[in-house]
Each structure stands twice: as C-alpha cells, then as structure tokens.
Write a protein that binds this ligand. Sequence first.
Ligand code: HEM
Length: 110
Amino acid sequence: MEGETKLFTREELKCRCKRDDAVLIIHNEVYDVTKFLADHPGGEEVLLEKAGQDASEPFEDVSHSSDARALMKKYKIGELVECDRVQTKNSFSPNWNNDQSQEQGKCVIG
Ligand code: HEM
C-alpha cells in the first residue's frame, strides 16, 4: 500500500494474460486481478479477454459503480511508466488531438 509505486511497461504486461496470472491496465494503473477473476460480478471471461492489455474502454463502457471503483484499489499493483501512459478523455490537454497513435507505446526502460 505504501512506499514507492511500482512501474510497469505495457510490453512486460502483455504476457500476464492467463488465469493464474492476469493483470489489467485501467487508466494508466495496473491491477492484478488473478484472485478477483472468480469474484467478478461480470464474470471472469471478460477480464481474461482483456488480461495483459489496456481495459480502460471496456471498463468505462460498463459504467462501473463507485463500489466497483473502490474495490479496484485492492488489486492495484502499480502504474505504467511515464512514456507508456495515455491521455484520458477527461483530462484536457492543449496538445490532445484525438490521435491514438501513442497508445501502442514501445518505450522500454533502460
Ligand atoms: C479491477 C477491475 C474491475 C473491478 C474491480 C470490477 C468490478 C465489478 C463490479 C463490482 C461489478 C458489479 C456492478 C458494479 O458494481 O458496477 C462489475 C460488473 C461488470 N463488470 Fe467489472 N470490474 C472490473 C473490470 C472490468 C472489466 C475490465 C470489464 C470488461 C472488460 C468488466 C466488465 C463487467 C461487466 C460486463 C459487468 C456486468 C454488468 C452487469 O451485468 O450489469 N469489468 N464489475
């Protein structure tokens, strides 16, 4: 909970897409949902489909409740490295031009 935030690259998370190791990227934050799969009210299948990937859009498409958002915190394991983050639709930036090309950031640490 406390201390330094662990940082991940999108690249290294891609392989964590299995039932025994499943992570999700939601709004630039990283969640380990392995232990949540069986408890997810929306079912494990939708989570596994997005495991290892960015699930921000499908997460918002469902209009998850504030309860769901509070519950997420329990599974947060870190955040994306700065260069792999994407602008979210709610945070205005003058340079934001709807160009999604940044989304597939290839930046690797080191
Ligand atoms: C850590 C991440 C997530 C948490 C904690 C979470 C939690 C929940 C909770 C508590 C519900 C019950 C309804 C509500 O309270 O809003 C729910 C429903 C649902 N979730 Fe998630 N969810 C997560 C991620 C996702 C993702 C990534 C998807 C889609 C890819 C998804 C799809 C759904 C669906 C389809 C439902 C069912 C809605 C319904 O039947 O009315 N969830 N989720």
